[in-house]
Design a protein around this ligand. Structure first.
Ligand SMILES: Cc1cc2nc3c(=O)[nH]c(=O)nc-3n(C[C@H](O)[C@H](O)[C@H](O)COP(=O)(O)O)c2cc1C
Length: 169
């Protein structure tokens, strides 16, 4: 494998990360006074028992600010038809106007969740680990609501994609 000159390491890292296909989610957080949602692919399961997952959120985002001071968040796993929603929640639409798009409902605690999402994973924040530009938030899952289909919206090489099963050999 060719060595990468150190000056190019960051660019190579970004390029390597772009080659990782990932399912797109919208992370929502808030309380009765404020709520926010942001598109994210850095979502990974951490533990089955207790059920827990992590999300990595850039320190400069409004969602980071809100998640730092609230207890709960929800991972809304997007489906193929949610491409416009993903764009809106990653900056194309201003924060205050995002929830006008899509079929959002709200829990008693004020957490917005997307009715048409493939899955809605409700979490209680357990740990926040800052590292570099991001913070890793680990949440313990206390409710999961599933749709009956599996057609995830994927993101790879800065492009939205869909998963197509390979022909069996
Ligand atoms: C497909 C996609 C995946 C993203 N994944 C993440 C992520 O995992 N973590 C993160 O901090 N930002 C991620 N972003 C960037 C945020 O969605 C974007 O910066 C967002 O608009 C930030 O800020 P705001 O909500 O404060 O406007 C992603 C953007 C896109 C388009």
């Amino acid at each position: 494998m060719a060595a990468t000159p150190s000056g190019n390491m960051q660019a190579a890292f970004r390029q390597a990360m772009r080659s990782i296909a990932a399912t797109v989610s919208i992370i929502t957080a808030g309380d009765r006074e404020r709520g926010h949602g942001m598109t994210a692919t850095a979502v990974t399961s951490v533990s089955l028992d207790p059920a827990a997952l992590l999300v990595c959120i850039n320190n400069r985002t409004l969602l980071h600010h809100i998640m730092s001071s609230t207890e709960r968040f929800c991972v809304n796993v997007l489906a193929q038809e949610h491409q416009d929603l993903s764009a809106a929640f990653s900056g194309a639409v201003a924060s205050g106007e995002r929830f006008a798009l899509g079929d959002w409902a709200e829990t008693e605690e004020g957490i917005k969740h997307l009715a048409s999402a493939q899955a809605r994973i409700f979490c209680v924040k357990k740990l926040a680990v800052p590292f570099g530009t991001h913070t890793v938030f680990i949440g313990e899952v206390d409710d999961v609501q599933l749709s009956d289909r599996s057609a995830p919206l994927l993101y790879q090489n800065a492009t939205y994609c869909r998963a197509i099963p390979m022909a069996s050999g």
